[in-house]
Design a protein around this ligand. Structure first.
Ligand SMILES: [Fe+2]
Length: 291
């Protein structure tokens, strides 16, 4: 993900594209154990909650094996499936760098892993969030094309002053998206599948609204970065997300210039409502933790 406000300057060890060597050999046994602990928790929780493409991708990539995945090994499998690969970056990268990577089917991932005392809450995405959370969906051909289209859309959007609207699309899909299936709602967002607490909250909590996905509506909806979401948007299919994102957002940005942002808890008359939340969790201040 990118966030200019949180950026450090580019380390001298990073290339012009901000990539660094993963240096897999330098992970400690404790680092690998943190991965294994997180992996086993989520692998037990996600069947019946995560969507099929995610679960299939997790299986196909065999991310469990030796702890923190070696990107070289991972990329052989991922590349053969959809032509994507994972590149290591030192942390958050500038928007234009991020979009350029996605547009070329490269997913920038942090190489560091959280400490054993941070299993449940982390401010910056680590390798578990970035790889376990994001990479399984990149094995799905439609989602893989969507991520590339998002990057291309990001490059087109630079300088238009509407990146905050575009970032909401990423947030409410790539990070916190739900999808409707014949078996019920399922998770595909990386921020959810990599979080023990939100894997349950996103589907089961009576607090949050769950509303049908609508591109412009999503782009008008702010989000919270400090706690569980107050609203989740539900896709009818991954194809819908790709089709919507392949269009030129230029005319949409023009419309958004004259449309106010919506309150995060708002339900519009035209929204398709899957669940109307009572917002009790948010009103009581949340927990600022997903333990
Ligand atoms: Fe992420």
């Amino acid at each position: 993900m990118s966030a200019d406000s949180l950026l450090a300057s580019r380390p001298t060890s990073a290339g012009a594209d901000w990539t660094i060597d993963q240096d897999w050999a330098s992970y400690s046994p404790e680092d690998h154990q943190v991965w294994l602990t997180l992996y086993e928790r989520q692998a037990a929780l996600l069947p019946g909650r995560a969507c099929e493409p995610f679960l299939k991708g997790l299986e196909a990539l065999d991310l469990h094996g030796r702890g923190v995945p070696d990107f070289k090994v991972l990329n052989q499998k991922l590349g053969a499936l959809t032509g994507w690969r994972v590149v290591a970056v030192p942390g958050l990268v500038p928007d234009e760098v991020f979009f350029e990577h996605l547009a070329n089917r490269r997913f920038p991932a942090g190489r560091f892993i959280r400490n054993p005392d941070q299993l449940d809450y982390l401010e910056e995405p680590d390798v578990f969030h970035d790889v376990f959370g994001h990479v399984p969906m990149l094995t799905d051909p439609v989602f893989a094309d969507y991520m590339q289209a998002y990057g291309e859309g990001g490059l087109r959007a630079l300088g238009r002053g509407r990146l905050h609207n575009l970032a909401r699309l990423y947030w409410y899909t790539v990070e916190f998206g739900l999808i409707e299936t014949a078996q019920g709602l399922r998770i595909y967002g990386a921020g959810i599948v990599s979080s023990r607490g939100e894997s349950v909250f996103s589907l089961e909590s009576p607090s949050a609204n769950r509303l049908g996905f609508d591109l412009v509506r999503v782009m008008r909806t702010p989000y919270r970065i400090d706690d569980f979401q107050q609203v989740y948007f539900v896709l009818p299919s991954l194809q819908r997300l790709l089709d919507d994102t392949l269009q030129d957002f230029g005319p949409i940005y023009d419309r958004l210039a004259n449309l106010p942002d919506l309150g995060i808890e708002t339900i519009l008359p035209q929204d398709r409502v899957f669940t109307r939340g009572d917002q009790a969790y948010a009103q009581t201040g949340g927990r600022l933790s997903d333990s």
